[in-house]
Write a protein that binds this ligand. Sequence first.
Ligand code: ZN
Length: 598
Amino acid sequence: MDSVEKRILIEALKNAVKFGEARDNVVIGKIMQDFPEYRSKFKELTPKIAKMVKDVNSWNAEKQQATLIELEPQALEHKKKEAEEKVLPDLPNVTKGKKVVMRLAPYPSGALHIGNARMLVLNDEYVKRYKGNLILVYDDTIGATKTAIKGDPDAKYIIPEAYDLIQEGLDWLGIDYDKNNVVYKSDRLNIYENYAQEFIHKGDAYVCTCDAEEFRENFKKVGKPCPCKALPIETHLERWKSMLDGTYAEQEAVVRLNTGMDQKDPALRDHVIMRISEAEHPRVGTKFRVWPILDFSWGIDDHDLGITHIIRGADLQKEGFIEQFIWDLMGWEAATILLYGRMKFSNDFKLSKTLARQKINTKEYDGWKDPRTWSLQSLEARGIQPDALRQSLIDLGMSQSGINFSEKWLYAKNTKIIDADAFRYWFVENPIKLDIKNLPKTKYSSTPLLHPSNESAGTRKIQLNTENNLASVYISRLDTTIQYSRDGSEIRYPQITKGTQFRLKDLFTIEIQSVHSKKVNAIFLTENLDPSIRKIQWVPYDSNIVVHVLKPTGEITQGKAENTIKFLPIGKIVQFERYGYVKIQKKQKNEIYCYFTH
Ligand SMILES: [Zn+2]
């Protein structure tokens, strides 16, 4: 897509997002008004615009919005301001005089990550709106059987440190849960056992000893009851005892809820609600060996904890079925379940706690704060502000269809918050030496502002010494080659080639004489800084500091920065000009390690 086409697309999208539908004449008018250089191409552009407007109008609102965010993140700002406070719809079924109670249900297999954040923020926003109560329920029933955990590196299991990591993440994001009433499912095993026994006693559940594979193939698929089901209740109660006392081994018996083998959806036919796992639990050890399946525990807990509203991903509709089945069976009042569409992330995001856990264990990752985990800890470590994350998630609303999450939208919001305090420094990525001849003075210095829009913040001083009319600096090797942006359209300027003139930023003007693979040669021209001549970033050759920047993609940028950053404290967010924001992580042997903010 060339730049004209991109501009047309942006204008068409803006128009569509604002009015629900884009119109050719509006877009044409806008382009001609804002870009007089295109007026001569009016005839040629008109059909192009008409086609693009048609395309844009054929997309749904979400796609229009997502594409616009992708192309021009700031374009939606105005719209957002108009729609503020209207973004989240009210909760249904709120009864006057009855407190709204909602719950968070993290499984403690690692730190919370950006993919979990929407659910956290939605719950928190609603509870705040209705002055309700938000309960943190650790969904820490055993994840898998002992056999599975031993044999499968991808098996899901609880890691003891996750409990604290989760609370740390919630606190950072400002989630206001009830600190006096944190619930651990692992404390409630006796409760699940009692209900399971009651269900068996009443004939609403039974113990099945069929092989899982055999049950699936011969009974579940065809909708036929297995031989266990017809056995008398006394036998099932005995079998149940054998599950509890260890007579049965893992996978030898399960409790099935009598949902009926005639359910239309095979997945719902006599669903398993309790199973045996001898895996060790970080909190209760091996005290219990019969564990509930999640939807069974929820059916009980949501009632017991007085939950009024449940927000859940639209892909978890089946879980709602089992809960409702249990509520009906017990004659309990049903909570209101709200489904929202899952956020979809680009492939750059590897949102897997299991993967993160493995990479952290092998020390490939820098702990849970490593940017590659996308954990809430990692966002904090990168300098993402909780309010920027919260706002970008609220903007997505409660739509039931899947929504693409654009990190650009988050970054645009974050920039607004951090920019005023982020001082500017010079940094050259992938440095190459530049020798400058014919320098008439022995010393040059530059005193750029720490912040371009805040003179009172002061300046810093960067000095360049010359010897025999010669001096050397580092510039970025990227400036010596043509660089394309990811979509292939944009060329990074300037490109340094023989005979071209440049301003070394805030220093003097040079002319390039030759470009080699390891060095660039130039001559001094003048101390005048003509703004029409392109400027390049530099740092002194004999006085700089090595900087490593880790990005969430795992890419590490190496470069050199001006020495003045040596004195900055750990945790400081700064902007490397022409590169981006970074947050300082550690200093070691005259080298600085940073995480990339954006
Ligand atoms: Zn059976």
